[in-house]
Design a protein around this ligand. Structure first.
Ligand code: ADP
Ligand code: MG
Length: 292
């Protein structure tokens, strides 16, 4: 492609809401045969809401929620925000947070009123030597398809499961259908549990799913997909998507995403509309056909 045709192509893309940060990405995009999407904030709105809390000891529901929310109050994770907002909605007073550590892709450790509090994924609690069994059964039975479950333990004892649901973006289904119609394969990658991931992927018609992927492993997951694919585009929004955005042949960031993700991407989708992935691929093919 000539510099002129690239300029015209990227100009047209900008009008449609696709901002190219690197001009050469327009050319590479043309041969995309696999688009890998991050789940949270990319295919879903990324603004989860606390739906339900299941407690081991029902008497203390509000107290437990207040403690869990306090533990989450300094986390930047969307699930943490859902729990804090949920506690605020109930008008609960959060106790003081004495110690706090966030563990990326797993959860948080805190000390509140001199007691140790662990909040996060089942894997995280297991790693901390906490056995969930009975609580997991109850939580799984109450779970809406696609909802995430956050577990909490105080002083090593499981105390609650929090059901938190995110909403699929209204454009996601169409976005994926459009790619498949072009003969492009679609995959989803997430740090969330396999059950949650499968439910969301099922609703969207995505067959290839990688769940429980640690933040540091998203790039390695892209590398593995290289065996079967020529040109891979990765679409993400979070800080933990930055390595995968860099690893993919074309990194696509949501305009609603974090600065770190945008800085690692080749192109940015204004307003975070996933349908713009197809728009961008169309444009790359047209631009390069025009100059034949
Ligand atoms: P995603 O790829 O969906 O953005 P992350 O890698 O950020 O997911 O997190 C993976 C999983 O780790 C979450 O689904 C959740 O189970 C757990 N987790 C991480 N941080 C927190 C937190 N602050 N509170 C509760 N759970 C957390
Ligand atoms: Mg995300």
């Amino acid at each position: 492609a000539t510099p002129m045709s690239i300029m015209v192509g990227t100009g047209r893309a900008a009008e449609l809401g696709v901002l190219f940060r690197r001009g050469d990405a327009l050319e590479r995009l043309r041969s995309t045969d696999l688009v890998v999407f991050d789940k949270t904030g990319t295919l879903t709105l990324g603004r989860p809401v606390l739906d339900q809390i299941i407690v081991v000891d029902p008497v203390g529901e509000d107290e437990i929620l207040a403690v869990v929310a306090a533990a989450e109050s300094r986390s930047e994770h969307p699930l943490a925000a859902a729990i804090v907002t949920g506690a605020e909605k109930r008008g609960l007073n959060m106790p003081a947070l004495e110690q706090f550590t966030a563990v990326a892709g797993l959860g948080v450790n805190a000390t509140i009123n001199g007691r140790s509090v662990v909040v996060g994924s089942p894997r995280f609690l297991q790693q901390s030597g906490i056995t969930l069994d009975a609580l997991t059964e109850k939580a799984e039975a109450a779970r809406q398809p696609g909802a995430s479950i956050v577990y909490a333990a105080i002083e090593g004892r499981p105390v609650a499961a929090l059901l938190v649901a995110d909403t699929i973006k209204p454009e996601s289904r169409t976005a994926i259908e459009a790619l498949r119609q072009r003969g492009i394969e679609v995959a989803m990658i997430t740090g969330d549990s396999a059950q949650t991931a499968k439910a969301i992927a099922g609703e969207l018609g995505i067959e290839t799913v990688e769940a429980e992927v640690m933040p540091g492993d998203k790039a390695a997951a892209i590398k593995r997909l290289r065996d079967r694919h020529r040109t891979i585009s990765f679409v993400g929004d979070g800080i933990n998507d930055a390595p995968a955005l860099a690893e993919a042949d074309i990194g696509i960031a949501m305009g609603t995403g974090t600065d770190v993700a945008i800085d690692s991407a080749d192109l940015v989708l204004v307003g975070g509309d996933p349908r713009l992935v197809g728009t961008a691929i169309d444009l790359s093919q047209k631009t390069l056909r025009n100059i034949g």
